[in-house]
Design a protein around this ligand. Structure first.
Ligand SMILES: [Zn+2]
Ligand SMILES: [Zn+2]
Length: 307
């Protein structure tokens, strides 16, 4: 028998997804790099912040967030926080100016939601927004994700996975449905992690779990839906500093080469770059190109990647 409440619920979700996604029906989505350094800014990089303006998505809120103002295309913002280390949250305090400038320009942002693990959101509100540190209230909705392995944000179905990192961090996977002439798209964002390499993790990203050793029959992961159209992954260290990567919960070049070969995304964007390394290729990317034949990019502030 038809459960009309389920049918109605799905129709509402479809309408909401169309509303959020309507601006991007006939063109690729644009992933903007607002801040691409880990830890602290340097002369050319601010700390972690990325956005997809067409759907109001912001990933992390490091110091690069001040660059968001001129890119906003929606009346809402959904900010997904990977964890509460300062290089991923300091820019939340810049939101007051971002929102003020939009209001003055006559294009206000009516709703801002900040998603993350409950303990991290609590720490941000208690410490970053303590009166003695930032004495102004922020008009946002704080949305804990702990009880919802899957939720809707920025017109996408979002799922997340815990990662190894001091204090813990989460990776996000966003799946946008096919709408009109625009194909379904998958974006994964994994930063501040030494890398998820178990077969279940590889399948979750959309890669080939068999190559990673296969899944147990009761894994519950199921068949991979699709490889990512864009995979954004940190690579803070070269192989020469692998011991520091493992000690601090970050990724190194050979770990990325291993992941890229298993997941095989269409495009791989390396982020959270070591701010002390200002060379053109801070991750020895040729080592990754030996096992990965997709499009490989090293993030820079101001870079836009269409997917
Ligand atoms: Zn970081
Ligand atoms: Zn961190």
């Amino acid at each position: 028998m038809l459960d009309w409440s389920v049918v109605f619920g799905r129709a509402v979700v479809a309408v909401l997804q169309f509303r959020y996604f309507a601006g991007a029906t006939d063109k690729p989505m644009d992933f903007h790099c607002l801040g691409t350094a880990g830890y602290h800014p340097n002369r050319s990089r601010h700390t972690s912040c990325y956005c997809v303006p067409q759907c109001g998505l912001v990933l992390d809120a490091g110091t690069g967030l001040f660059r968001l103002t001129e890119l906003i295309e929606t009346d809402h913002l959904d900010i997904l926080i990977s964890h509460a280390h300062l290089d991923h949250i300091a820019g939340l305090t810049f939101l007051l100016d971002v929102l003020h400038c939009r209001s003055v320009a006559g294009r206000p942002v009516d709703q801002v939601r900040v998603f993350g693990e409950a303990a991290k959101l609590d720490a941000i509100q208690t410490h970053l927004f303590a009166d003695l540190i930032f004495p102004a209230p922020l008009d946002v909705q704080w949305v804990p994700i702990d009880e919802t392995p899957e939720f809707s944000a920025a017109g996408a179905t979002v799922s997340w996975r815990r990662q190894p990192h001091p204090g813990g961090s989460v990776a996000y996977r966003l799946d946008w449905p096919a709408v009109a002439s625009c194909q379904a798209k998958r974006l994964v964002y994994a930063t501040d992690t030494s890398g998820l390499t178990d077969p279940q993790d590889i399948a979750w990203f959309g890669g080939d779990s068999d190559m990673a050793g296969g899944l147990p029959a009761d894994s519950g992961v199921g068949a991979a839906a699709s490889v990512p159209d864009l995979m954004v992954h940190e690579c803070y260290f070269r192989d020469t500093h692998r011991q520091w990567a493992e000690k601090t919960g970050h990724s190194w070049t050979s770990r990325i080469a291993e992941l890229a070969a298993l997941i095989r995304p269409q495009r791989l964007l390396l982020t959270h770059i070591n701010p002390l390394d200002e060379s053109v290729d801070p991750v020895d990317s040729e080592k990754i190109r030996k096992t990965f034949y997709g499009e490989l990019m090293i993030a820079q502030d101001g870079l836009k990647v269409s997917f």
